[in-house]
Design a protein around this ligand. Structure first.
Ligand SMILES: C[S@@+](CC[C@H](N)C(=O)[O-])C[C@H]1O[C@@H](n2cnc3c(N)ncnc32)[C@H](O)[C@@H]1O
Length: 406
């Protein structure tokens, strides 16, 4: 391992020797110049600029994408991610001057990608975000004072037909969110405001502080908080999060604006098995991380956003959702599904183009997927996944397969 990561491993109480052997860090350093543990990369760097515009379970560490793109591709080339998720590859490719194409099923994930990667008139964006914030602050002040001049004519409160929103938010938080939602369409940068509201809604749910990623039931009473090691109160407002995330979002967009290049970013929403990429597009390579079998429900993890904005739910087209489990049939479906996406979306990848697939392949499904997709494996790297979000602190190893399109 690199000296800096060894020191970090000992700080986190990890067995460096075990990681070195299991991940073959010596090979990673020799071939890639990096041991791929990223243990010495601080949280603020892992979530730098737009990478933390919105939480998203199961995204890449940007540094991992950077190492591979830089080693195997050149400025001006075009890279595809057929499972683009929150858009990490698109952002990192752009910083390196590489064009990118992303395909993603979930409409909300596509919104996150667009907001991360769009070009902005920054003064206009900042003015709009500040204006919306001022308005929701006034609304909240009135709400807590018991007056209601900012409600639509003749209404005593904002209503919603969503049982989910009524169940998972305190009355005040819900009113603040519904007010903010009601003004979003007045702004040119409405998608940015949607992301701010969604991120705030996620934090304002009636959930214990230690279980943001997979809450089980709403908390309405004081509870013992494992994260803060004290009793905590359930969250009753959304305003403090809208406050916190409004200017943070603008700051992050500005930071990326100062790094971005002229390279193009194309985003396609759809099921990767039948989405149509532009016929004349030539793709030089692929860097992707497909959903794994039976681990995450990608729509469900952002249920608050679907309920707030009414985006269509396309869960039934998700490949390998957690809710379907990991039975033999589900694994077979998974193999067909991923191979279907690869076959369809790799049609424009040039022959001998390199395809990198990051996967925790504990069921050894990728050799079959490669065979069905016309890919030939030329190498595989291993890396430990040591620090996950919130309490989801599983430790495991993942592979980065290097295939060639034949
Ligand atoms: C592991 S995540 C990718 C995360 C991404 N690397 C990032 O950094 O954000 C896999 C993604 O595949 C998407 N997905 C699942 N089924 C799909 C399908 N049939 N077509 C396209 N995308 C799909 C999920 O919505 C999810 O966002």
């Amino acid at each position: 391992m690199l000296e800096s990561t060894k020191a970090a491993a000992s700080k986190f109480g990890l067995d460096a020797q075990f990681i070195e052997t299991k991940a073959n860090t010596e090979k990673n350093i020799r071939v890639l110049g990096n041991d791929l543990t990223f243990l010495d990369i601080r949280e603020s760097e892992r979530t730098k600029h737009v990478h933390r515009l919105h939480p998203y379970l199961g995204k890449f560490i940007p540094q991992l994408v950077h190492v591979f793109l830089k080693k195997y591709f050149r400025k001006g080339q075009t890279i595809l991610d057929p499972f683009a998720g929150s858009g990490t590859m698109l952002v990192e490719a752009n910083v390196l001057g590489m064009n990118s194409v992303g395909v993603e099923l979930s409409p909300f994930n596509v919104l996150i990608q667009k907001v991360k990667t769009q070009e902005y008139d920054i003064p206009k964006l900042e003015a709009e975000v500040r204006d919306a914030l001022t308005r929701v602050r006034s609304f909240s002040r009135e709400l807590t004072n018991g007056s209601c001049s900012l409600l639509p004519e003749g209404r005593e409160r904002f209503e919603t037909s969503s049982d989910y929103l009524k169940t998972w938010f305190a009355a005040r938080a819900l009113q603040e969110m519904l007010f903010y939602r009601s003004i979003i369409d007045n702004y040119e940068n409405s998608d940015v405001l949607r992301v701010i509201l969604s991120r705030s809604a996620r934090s304002a749910r009636l959930i214990p502080h230690y279980d943001l990623a997979r809450p089980k039931k709403p908390v309405r009473e004081r509870y013992w908080c494992i994260k803060h090691k004290r009793y905590c109160q359930p969250i009753d407002e959304a305003l403090k999060f809208i406050n916190r995330y409004s200017l943070d979002t603008v700051k992050r967009i500005k930071q990326f604006a100062s790094l971005r290049t002229d390279a193009t970013i194309k985003i396609c929403q759809g099921d990767g098995r039948n989405v149509q990429l532009p016929e004349d597009m030539v793709i030089d390579g692929v860097f992707t991380s497909p959903p794994y079998v039976g681990i995450i429900d990608y729509h469900e993890q952002h249920k608050y956003a679907y309920e707030l904005f009414g985006f269509p739910r396309l869960d039934k087209h998700e490949i390998g959702p957690a809710k379907n489990g990991q039975s033999r049939n589900r694994k077979n479906e998974y193999v067909d599904g991923i191979a279907g996406v690869f076959r369809n979306s790799f049609r424009q990848v040039r022959r001998a183009g390199l395809v990198f697939v990051v996967a925790n392949d504990r069921f050894n499904l990728y050799p079959k997927i490669a065979e069905l997709s016309g890919l030939h494996q030329i190498d595989v790297f291993q890396r430990p996944v040591l620090m996950r979000t919130e309490r989801d602190s599983n430790k495991y190893f993942e592979s980065i397969f290097c295939f060639m399109k034949v």
